[in-house]
Design a protein around this ligand. Sequence first.
Ligand code: C2E
Ligand code: CA
Ligand code: CA
Length: 389
Amino acid sequence: MSSNRLLIIDDEPEVAAVIGRVARGSGYDTIVTTDIDDFLNRVRTWQPTVIALDLGMPDLDGLQVLGLLADEGCAARILIVSGRDHDAMSNAVALGLQRGLLMAGILQKPLRLEELRIAFREIFEEAGLISKSDLAEALHAGQFTLEYQPKVDIQTLRPIGVEALARWHHPTRGPIGPDTFIPLLEQSNVILDFTRSMFDMAVAQARAWQTQGLPLQTAVNISGRCWGAFDVAELVVDSCAAHQVDPSLLVLELTETVAMVNEPRTLATMKRLAQMGVGLSLDDFGTGYSSLSQLHKLPFSEIKIDRSFVADCDRNDESRIIIESVTDMAHALGQKVVAEGIESDHVLKHLARLRCDVAQGYYFGRPMPAREISQWAHHWTETWCSAEA
Ligand code: C2E
Ligand code: CA
Ligand code: CA
């Protein structure tokens, strides 16, 4: 069953047909009905994600239908369609909201195709629904770029590296965040080409900084799907050769779910990367289930403590104890500890006392376009790093 389901209740077949056509073009499955019992039955069993409700049906009061939907605890987004005046439609929306329904907007008859398209696009966005072909097209059109967030040595505060973070600049929708599009990419194979493309972009950038006399270790997030789908080590070899970059200038960040699956291929790839000198970083540590005792089996060079522990380490004993024990263990294994999500000087000092090695967070700098990094590094070093350090 598709995750986008539109149920239309309307007594005019032509109107229902137009709505259905536009919705299908936006990736919806659609069902049309004119009968209230059938409608309510579909609401329960088919669980539409969007409902287009005609307010002006001859034998049916639209406001009453809204009441019935509220009684059902309906979670669909409701689009009001009607030929009535705008006030009547606004009142219907207000009533729906009052009854706890999710109202998606109003469409005035006669329907204009363009308005309909915009309405579905908006609902689509609101629900975070973006189609596979949108993603492939965006990648093809070069709409994905990278920003870089600085990482500094926690003792000397010197800039030592950056993390590359993907950004989507949609031509009409504006910026869309990675927390929205990465999970969508991961549902399709587009994530594979996306990862190759972002990785190559980051390697080219690492080379550019090195040429400018700024050798920043550049970290790239490699999604779980990729490790089983293609040879990540091969990607690194090819990209480093193409851009003449030493693999030791690169770090791959992966989450524990990837690392902990006992997939021999992933482990072999990680070992090969480690031998090449590529850094391997265990991202979001603490949010999953990996036990400390498992970690020594994997060739990580650093552990990145999730920002949820970092943020409250100055006032939450549990977070502090977790950071302390991870740091002890990591150091015993020759691994570095990175604290991410540092937003204050106060938290930074705590983490330095807890013997973390590397710091990252808004306190030092937000993710920024590549061209701003060298200026940031210069300014930061002048301000915070003593000449002899
Ligand atoms: P992440 O790998 O944990 O990246 C760190 C996230 O924390 C980034 O969010 C960054 O902007 C944010 N952050 C950094 N410092 C602070 C701070 O001091 N306070 C707070 N509140 N947040 C901070 P962003 O850029 O929105 O990325 C979100 C997630 O999307 C990333 O989490 C990563 O899992 C994923 N992601 C981003 N780019 C890529 C990519 O190219 N490939 C893959 N596979 N995933 C990516
Ligand atoms: Ca990361
Ligand atoms: Ca992280």
